[in-house]
Ligand binder design. Structure first.
Ligand code: IFM
Length: 462
């Protein structure tokens, strides 16, 4: 550590994307259909009828997008492999053109001195597997293990960092309980089954990675939300602890060797009966030995009791007046990231942590001078890096930070309106403009230290 607000030597400074959100080119080079291609065609499923058909055209523009990483001085890039590009039918013959695409991308990253952090599953399940039951089917966890192993075989000589599954809670709850994400189901039992199979898939993939005896390291990127009670009332404290079980412990505990938390098991059993999707030996597979915790952090939850509220009789309390929020209304309380990181070490030990996502929606676009003065994102970024730094100072082994996102992109059911990028994308022309926040981040990454957000030099078109 270089002292002051310096970060540890070798710290990974990165940005994240995911295939369906940026690649476009959904019919190119033999790619198969994904559940998101299908879901986007469902009337009313996505704001404005948007789809990932073109997105940021990253599949074709990836080289110039890597130039942007250079402009931001980043030494790491997190992206996901599109399963349907590699195995168009999910589990059938491999698609050489798909494998070649990521081969080139990985080689070019390494040639530029950028460490790839590769996500295997960021929500674009091959539709052919959905037709066989999707993640509700235990067999899909086996398909995932074969897919993961093929990726380890193809890229494991160059890729050391693997995120197996991105945000199993979101896949379960938004995709299978609330129907807001693909495949659009609304059934609590399906959600719990899916979440279990995702964790099983993670464990099976880790076993496959270990069997190769290489240097690869793997972890899950969890969507983590620190929870706080709205008051000292026992019912609110119970709501906060229960919510922590629902969104955090249900995933962290089994993956990190503690098994499913008993309080949450009871809650689910009361609602859906026996959890017979969890078979003997599963929890050992799930705990097969992750090498790091991936933290996707956006906001925290202040919880209060709400008898009758689905699914467990609690709700998120309204954000207190005066608390800053993003343009999607998510409360910004950076200290809660420090709390979360400290808690991970207290509960799960000295395991490495990567902040695999952190970011905010701000809709600022180019001004009259052609630059994007997204002062609020710069502040958000700066305050969250300071929060991570406090945890590092207290001894939490945070090894890297990946901002969500490199580019404005397809924000799932919300379409293209929410903008998360360090780089602005003008979708009709596909022109990129590095935002002021990106320039601030570039200075921090170059210094490996948190420098004060200064006046940004004029942005130029990429
Ligand atoms: O865009 C998503 C990403 O795909 C998963 N994590 C949260 C981001 C912002 O909502």
């Amino acid at each position: 550590m270089s002292g002051g607000l310096g970060f540890p030597e070798g710290f990974l400074w990165g940005a994240s994307t995911s295939a369906y959100q940026v690649e476009g080119a959904v019919d190119a080079d033999g790619r198969g259909e994904s559940i998101w291609d299908r879901f986007c065609r469902r009337p009313g499923a996505v704001e404005g009828g948007d789809t990932g058909e073109t997105a940021c055209d990253h599949y074709r523009r990836w080289r110039s997008d890597l130039d942007l990483l250079g402009e931001l001085n980043l030494n790491a890039y997190r992206f996901s492999l599109a399963w349907p590009r590699l195995f168009p039918d999910g589990d059938g013959p491999a698609n050489r053109a798909g494998f070649d695409h990521y081969d080139r991308l990985i080689d070019e990253l390494l040639a530029r001195g950028v460490t790839p952090l590769v996500t295997l599953y960021h929500w674009d399940l091959p539709q052919a597997l959905q037709d066989r039951g999707g993640w509700r089917s235990r067999a899909v966890a086996d398909c995932f293990a074969r897919y993961a192993d093929a990726c380890f075989a193809a890229y494991g000589d160059r890729v050391r960092h693997w995120v197996t599954i991105n945000e199993p809670w979101i896949v379960g709850v938004l995709g299978h309980l609330l129907g807001l994400h693909a495949p659009g189901e609304k059934d609590l039992r399906a959600a719990v089954t899916v979440m279990h199979h995702l964790l099983l898939a993670h464990g099976r993939a880790v076993q496959a990675l270990r069997a190769r005896r290489g240097e690869g390291r793997a972890g899950v990127a969890f969507s983590l939300f620190p929870n706080y009670p709205a008051s000292d009332a026992p019912a609110d404290r119970e709501a906060s602890w229960g919510s922590d079980g629902y969104v955090n412990r249900w995933f962290l505990d089994p993956v990190h060797g503690r098994g499913y938390p008993a309080d949450m098991r009871r809650r689910y059993e009361r609602r859906i009966g026996p959890l017979d999707m969890v078979r003997g030996g599963d929890t050992d597979i799930i705990a097969a030995g992750s090498d790091f915790i991936g933290v996707n952090f956006y906001t925290s939850r202040v919880m209060r009791a709400a008898p009758g509220a689905e699914p467990f009789g609690w709700e998120v309390a309204p954000t207190e007046t005066g608390t800053p929020v993003t343009d999607t209304g998510w409360a910004i309380v950076p200290q809660t990231l420090t709390d979360l990181l400290l808690r991970l070490r207290a509960d799960y030990g000295d395991i490495d942590v990567y902040i695999t996502e952190n970011g905010a929606v701000y809709s600022d676009g180019p001004g009259a001078d052609g630059a994007v003065h997204d002062e609020r994102r710069t502040r958000f970024l700066h305050e969250h890096l300071a929060a991570a730094h406090r945890a590092i100072d207290a001894g939490v082994p945070v090894r890297g930070y990946f901002h969500w996102s490199l580019l404005d992109n397809f924000e799932w059911a919300m379409g293209y309106a929410p903008r998360f990028g360090l780089v602005h994308v003008d979708y009709p022309s596909q022109r990129r403009i590095v935002k002021d926040s990106g320039r601030h981040y570039a200075r921090v990454a170059a210094a490996n230290a948190l420098t004060p957000p200064g006046p940004a030099p004029r942005s130029r078109d990429a």
